[in-house]
Structures are given as C-alpha cells and as structure tokens.
Design a protein around this ligand. Sequence first.
Ligand SMILES: [Zn+2]
Length: 67
Amino acid sequence: MVRRENIMVPKPRSNFVSVQCKKCGEKTVVFTHTTIDINCKSCGEPVATKTGARAEILGKVMGVLDQ
Ligand SMILES: [Zn+2]
C-alpha cells in the first residue's frame, strides 16, 4: 500500500499595500506581513505596526500592490 501524504505548504497571502500617512500624506509601501514597525519616511509617523501576523495598518490604505 502506497501512502500518499499530502503535505500542504502554507502559503500566506502576503502582498504590499500603499499606505498614505495620516499626518503628511506621504505614501509608503508596506509589506502586509511585516515583522517590523513601519514609519513614514517623510515625517516619522507610524503607518503600520507589527502584530505577529498581519500588520496593522495605521494610515490610509490607498491600494494593494500584487507581487
Ligand atoms: Zn508622514
């Protein structure tokens, strides 16, 4: 008897979103599963924060960028 093991490799749907800073309006591309906090490159306002899974977007999401 042949045992066929179907090992599903989890593929998290990770992509990039364009986030607009609430403070200055600068757009920053944020990886949705970032493991670091992302700050606005212009004014330093946090635009995304790590949660351990999907990042919490703090700014305004302007669009999703597929890889
Ligand atoms: Zn900013």
